[in-house]
Write a protein that binds this ligand. Structure first.
Ligand code: SF4
Ligand code: SF4
Length: 212
């Protein structure tokens, strides 16, 4: 019985003179490891509003996306709710641009202000200039143009989206043509080659290709 008591005494003495294992937070900042998974942060320079992160987020109501078509111009709103986040990292791993969202080392998220737990970003939407259907965000079209490089010249919609962003659109293109292409399910109208110089949804583009 005596030896176990001596061992416990030794452990107690060693513990008293050893450095502490816990941090002194909040008296001192707590430095987390480099790959710590803290609050996801959007990078608005590289986030294109595609919504892929919303689709892969496993936590209900954590990342949500709403397309508001009633405002002018129509916008997509992507909201992150910190209190619903489980810091799994899916949004970062599957981000289309790879850097649109990234888990930061910000872990000190306790707050009494509920509103501060919501973060919303807006992205202008691009609608089809023939039928008005939603195509995607303008930033997404421009990103596709830049990603494709010279191949983008086969797609007038991407060219027009990029020229619209640069404000370099010549005045004599991208004008509403005299005749419109056939509307979905509607009557067939005369289509013109100039109809290609419009930002069209895949369905309208397919119908235009068939008519010309
Ligand atoms: S870390 Fe996980 S739970 Fe949090 S926003 Fe990203 S995908 Fe959703
Ligand atoms: S997947 Fe990436 S680029 Fe697309 S909306 Fe989410 S953060 Fe932005």
């Amino acid at each position: 019985m005596r030896y176990p008591k001596l061992r416990e005494l030794k452990e107690a003495v060693v513990a008293v003179i050893s450095p502490r294992f816990t941090t002194r937070f909040p008296a001192e900042p707590c430095i987390v490891p480099e790959k710590y998974r803290g609050k996801p942060e959007f990078n608005l320079d590289t986030c294109i509003g595609c919504g892929a992160c919303v689709n892969v987020c496993p936590s209900p109501n954590c990342l949500t996306m709403v397309d508001d078509l009633e405002v002018n111009p129509p916008v997509r709103k992507i909201t992150h709710q910190t209190s619903a986040c489980i810091f799994c990292g899916n949004c970062h791993e599957y981000c289309t641009t790879e850097t649109g969202i990234k888990l930061s080392n910000n872990w000190d998220l306790a707050t009494l202000d509920k509103e501060s737990l919501y973060e919303t970003h807006e992205y202008e939407l691009q609608m089809c200039e023939n039928c008005g259907a939603l195509i995607g965000t303008k930033k997404h079209l421009v990103w596709l143009y830049e990603k494709l490089g010279p191949l983008a010249y086969t797609n007038p919609s991407l060219l027009l989206a990029k020229s619209g962003e640069l404000n370099t659109e010549p005045e004599d293109i991208h004008q509403p043509p005299a005749a419109t292409v056939r509307e979905h399910g509607g009557s067939e109208k005369d289509a013109q080659v100039s109809d290609y110089m419009r930002i069209l949804c895949p369905k309208c583009k397919c119908e235009l290709n068939i008519q010309l």
